[in-house]
Design a protein around this ligand. Structure first.
Ligand code: BDP
Length: 331
């Protein structure tokens, strides 16, 4: 994290703490919610709905608040914070979460899901339940899954049509070793880097590219710096609305129900907003001069992932069953 961001984060955290203390006995302690996205983003809309339903449904006894734009810190740090109770709730991508939840890491195997429908089907079934149990074991109570579409590569240089086109290029990836392996297997170099540093790094040429879905590519402004978007759709990652497990466990049964219902409703809204926004953002970036290229034959990309699957299954025999179950559910 750069110095400015760190100072801002600390100041905001201190203010939030102060506000909580001032609120004193008369009011509920504020539940601080971490969000990496800006206002208006589908995740933000979902989280705000969750907070609104909690606040209204408890007549102000409970108070949830969303802190946008990653002001409360980078994602890997925030995951630790929500586990430890320094933050109360959040919406996390299963990519960085996979580093501490072995069950969740299976979704980070590139091309494991055929499409969004398959991902939903798998996450709504027994595999999803096992992933939820893993998240719970890590000290986070999973409340609902949100959508984040499919991630594709984009860069400042040229369209990627085949893996060889990635040779010599440096791509930012999220914090997860599987993504470093993924880019290396395709012939590029990977650099894990906080989301908030990507725009600047693209502009300065520190990296040549990154990978994300259309809404993040648009809202982060990355499309202004990296004009080639190649539709590899190598990762379809679910995201999870979750809260500190001890906090959840401390709630009465009625409040647990309130939280669960609010999470379900927020997820419905988030998913509906997602499909609309993803289409709109694709059009928006194209209209701004981005060259989108579809990849008709994804087989060379998929084939290059084979050693990553083998290594993963060898190193994580417990998860190998999950991989098989996901594959079987899509046959
Ligand atoms: C977005 C995810 C967000 C990640 C970001 C990233 O919603 O959780 O932090 O990508 O690339 O799509 O870091």
């Amino acid at each position: 994290m750069n110095k400015f961001l760190k100072t801002t984060t600390l100041t905001i955290a201190a203010c939030a703490m102060g506000a909580t203390m001032l609120a004193g006995v008369a009011q509920a302690r504020e539940w601080r919610g971490w969000n990496i996205h800006p206002p208006g983003y589908p995740v933000t809309i979902g989280m705000e709905k969750f907070a609104e339903l909690i606040n209204k449904g408890s007549d102000g006894r409970l108070e949830a608040k969303v802190y946008n734009n990653g002001v409360l810190g980078d994602q890997p740090d925030a995951i630790q914070q929500v586990r430890l109770g320094g933050l109360d709730w959040a919406e996390f991508n299963l990519g960085p979460l996979g580093e501490i939840v072995p069950e969740a890491n299976v979704v980070s195997l590139p091309f494991i899901f055929k499409d969004m429908d398959s991902m939903h089907k798998v996450m709504d079934g027994p595999v999803g339940e096992q992933i939820s149990a893993g998240i719970r074991n890590a000290g986070l109570e999973p409340l609902a899954y949100y959508d984040s579409g499919a991630r594709s590569f984009y860069n400042t240089k040229k369209p990627i049509e085949k893996p060889e086109d990635m040779k010599g290029m440096k791509f930012r990836v999220m914090s997860n070793d599987l993504y470093v392996q993924m880019v290396a297997a395709l012939g590029g170099n990977a650099t894990p880097m906080p989301y908030g540093e990507v725009f600047q790094s693209l502009k300065l040429g520190v990296i040549d590219g990154a990978e994300n879905n259309y809404p993040s590519y648009e809202s982060s402004g990355h499309y202004e710096a990296a004009k080639y978007y190649s539709v590899t759709q190598h990762l379809i990652l679910p995201e999870v609305l979750c809260m500190n497990k001890d906090l959840y466990d401390s709630l009465s049964d009625d409040d647990k129900k309130l939280v669960r219902d609010a999470a379900m409703q927020s997820a419905e809204l988030q998913r509906a907003t997602w499909s609309k926004v993803a289409e709109e953002d694709k059009k928006k970036v194209e209209a701004s001069g981005v060259k989108v290229n579809e990849i008709t034959d994804k087989a060379p990309f998929q084939k290059a992932m084979q050693p990553i699957y083998e290594k993963f299954e060898q190193e994580n025999p417990d998860q190998a069953e999950l991989v098989k179950a996901i594959q079987a559910a899509q046959k």
